[in-house]
Design a protein around this ligand. Sequence first.
Ligand SMILES: [Zn+2]
Length: 346
Amino acid sequence: MAGALAVGAARGVTLRAAGSRRGRHVVIAIVVAVVAAVVAPVAVVVLLVAVVVSAVTGVADTDSMSVAEGGTVSYAVDGSTFVDNDPTANAWGGYANGQIPAAELCPVPTARWHQARCDAAAAFGDLTAAFKQRFGHDITVTDAYRSFVEQVQLKASKGFLAATPGYSNHGWGLAFDLGSGMNDYGSAAYAWLKSNGHRYGFFHPTWAEPDSPDFAKAEPWHWQFEPSAQQAQRQATAGTTDATPDGNRALGRSMASTRGWASSQWACLEKLWTAESGWNHRADNPTSSAYGIPQSLPGEKMAAAGADWRTNPATQITWGMDYIAHRYGTPCEAWAVWNSHTPHWY
Ligand SMILES: [Zn+2]
């Protein structure tokens, strides 16, 4: 690249010189061309190094930056702290973030110039098909998989809005930046995605949720894919294979996130429903008519969230979350009440 630029610079000057009729100008032009040929590659290299260094360290746009033991990276901008999550949390296939081989990625069905992990691309195809039924067109995709080099460039141009290179879920092929109204928290498209995304394994991270205490960046367009949540939903809907407690947990985590509950609230909910049912959507209390993941008493109450309340974990989780929100406000409040008396209930 540096070489190509230098040749271009030299040629540009030389061509102008050739157009001049005065020999002295030709001599000056040749001198300028030689100087440009020597200086240009050096300048390009220096510029590239500066961009990479500032992007990786974040010094260009941050007051301070530190990497915690868990791999979390946090940095401050104008007194606010921003955190990028543990880069290994969503790692797969033994690959490094942003360095996934092309053969392991698939084109996004309705935006084939973008790539994602193959299960995420397929799930997005289903998601946008459902969206199209409602809105008459596909969801546009602004960005999906991003290589490490692309993340470096993005960080350099967008500053704190872009994740630190190596820390982005785009680098795992699991994050999508969406258009079609998804750039607006108040749009009908955004509301639709919030209530339907989890059916396809898509959720909105809490750091981009204005109602969440984790809220850090206003990015209504950034959505992530979690296959276990999609799998649990699909199995429950198909009714063929039974969803597993682990799948139900993953579904619960993505639904809590979509609801804007912080990770600390998710921790309380996880404990509460582990104690109640072990996240088994067929948990039937032998001594009462309580049933399902939230142990609704009686189980029939969950019909308020869907007729399939007996078999569908998503219906049960939706009902349980509504119940907690309405009665206690937050999962941690419900968990505190649960612990405050014996036998335990909430
Ligand atoms: Zn994004």
